[in-house]
Design a protein around this ligand. Structure first.
Ligand code: GAL
Length: 446
């Protein structure tokens, strides 16, 4: 590439490196069998998921743009997987939509199960290992009407759904993710009110929901292993890098610790140790410890944290992705999130303390500038390489996302895809960054 073509990000990266060729910047080999690919979730790509709570939320006008036909991936999965195959992907993460499998309580739609069987066979035929999420934010409307995550019975309903799925699809899938980003869902749904069920500052309920999510995971872990003893079961944990708004203020530094524990560690630590601890608030035992066979990490960005008091909310503090603060900050993406690659290596190291494999289940950038996507990808893979060289057991990297899709409350303007989607015509176009990523995959080397 010509020097003049370098994007801002590339310049920033080049300037931050001590020399043009540090030993890890060139010819780093990834472990054999490394999982390479991309991720999606049902509601964001399939289209017309009319039976779930997000659809109802959209129809009620709670977001600017409804999901509608999304990427019509429900009908186009084969050609989308052809593209993934042409890009050399050997793994693909997607989610099964509970509301398609069980649109009414206790009514099972066998055509939906059959659909997902075909999805799995299509992946296998293309030499692509499936990584399947059972619950990626959305639930059937009937479950939401019964209180959703606030109803302790959700554990049993989810287990029944999982038994149904595992009984039919278990033989095709080894890698399972029970819940996607439980802490983010609680934060957006019970504290910020941006996602269903739209509660704000409901701290006590938020903690109750978190506990129910943990118990649900433990239950699902057993259901999956009962059907498939060799399964590898994990959650997808959102890892959000945090820095104090003002590093000289001890209260900001304290808030970074509290927020970091709640956001990035609490859930995983509880599942691993079997004890849920919120210092000063409560302590509870889960039915069993060690219900993670791997840790799925979704990593995007860093926030700056400002303490706002000494109750729980104040200690968690206020976070700003793009706000005014006194620190040096990296370039911002189209949603205003900072590009901060070092955070990924930091989390890979932090999570390696649990001594179980780590799979990067999401990492990506919403941007209209594909050069920025390529630099983002390269810089983050460089951090993965660093961590692996330091001994971290990272088994794969799944980019978010395979195709542009419905970005929840942000609708369709956030372009995360390795493949561009024209939502008017449903045409796909492979972006240059995807071909460059394919080259790294082909060589298994950076
Ligand atoms: C994650 C989420 C995905 C996707 C992505 C980009 O938090 O699991 O569904 O939306 O963020 O924001």
């Amino acid at each position: 590439m010509d020097a003049r073509e370098l994007s801002d990000l590339e310049h920033a990266f080049a300037e931050s490196q001590p020399s043009p060729a540090t030993p890890l910047a060139a010819n780093f080999r990834f472990p054999d069998g490394f999982l390479w690919g991309a991720a999606t979730s049902a509601h964001q790509v399939e289209g017309h998921n009319v039976h779930n709570d997000w659809w109802a939320w959209e129809q009620a006008g709670r977001v600017a743009t409804p999901s509608g036909a999304a990427c019509d991936h429900w009908n186009r999965f084969r050609s989308d997987f052809d593209l993934a195959q042409s890009l050399g992907h050997n793994a693909h993460r997607f989610s099964i939509e509970w509301s398609r499998i069980e649109p009414e309580e206790g009514i099972w739609d066998e055509t939906a199960i059959e659909h997902y069987r075909e999805v799995l066979l299509a992946l296998r035929e293309r030499g692509i290992e499936p990584v399947v999420t059972l619950f990626h934010y959305t639930m059937p409307q009937w479950m939401a009407a019964r209180g959703g995550w606030e109803n302790p019975k959700i554990e049993r309903y989810l287990a029944r759904y999982a038994e149904h799925v595992l009984g039919r699809l278990g033989p095709h899938v080894r890698w399972w993710i029970t819940l996607n980003e439980p802490v983010v869902q609680v934060f957006k749904g019970w504290l910020l009110g941006q996602w269903p069920p739209g509660r704000t500052r409901a701290w006590a309920t938020a903690l109750k929901v978190l506990r129910l999510m943990m118990r649900a995971h433990v239950r699902l872990y057993h259901v999956i292993h009962a059907f498939r003893p060799d399964a590898r079961v994990g959650i997808a944990q959102h890892a959000l890098a945090l820095s104090p708004d003002d590093p000289r203020r001890w209260s900001d530094r304290w808030s970074v610790k509290v927020r970091g524990h709640l956001f990035n560690h609490l859930f995983i630590e509880a599942l691993h140790t079997g004890a849920l601890r919120v210092p000063g608030l409560f302590w509870e035992r889960l039915p069993i410890a060690r219900t993670l066979d791997f840790i799925g990490v979704n990593y995007y960005t860093r926030d700056f944290v400002r303490n706002s008091g000494y109750n729980l909310a104040g200690l968690v503090g206020d976070a700003e992705a793009a706000g005014d603060h006194r620190q040096q900050r990296g370039k911002l993406n189209d949603l205003g999130w900072e590009v901060y690659p070092e955070g990924l290596a930091q989390f890979l190291r932090e999570y390696s303390r649990y001594k179980i494999p780590i799979l990067i289940t999401e990492n990506g950038i919403p941007t209209q500038r594909d050069d920025d996507r390529w630099v983002f990808l390269f810089m983050h893979l460089w951090q993965v390489a660093r961590a692996i060289a330091d001994g971290v057991d990272c088994v794969g990297y799944l980019h978010w996302s395979l195709i542009d899709n419905f970005e929840w409350a942000d609708g369709y303007k956030a372009r995360f895809g390795l493949i561009e989607v024209d939502f008017a015509t449903q045409e796909r176009r492979i972006r240059p960054s995807a071909w460059r990523y394919a080259e790294i995959i082909r060589r298994n080397e950076l």
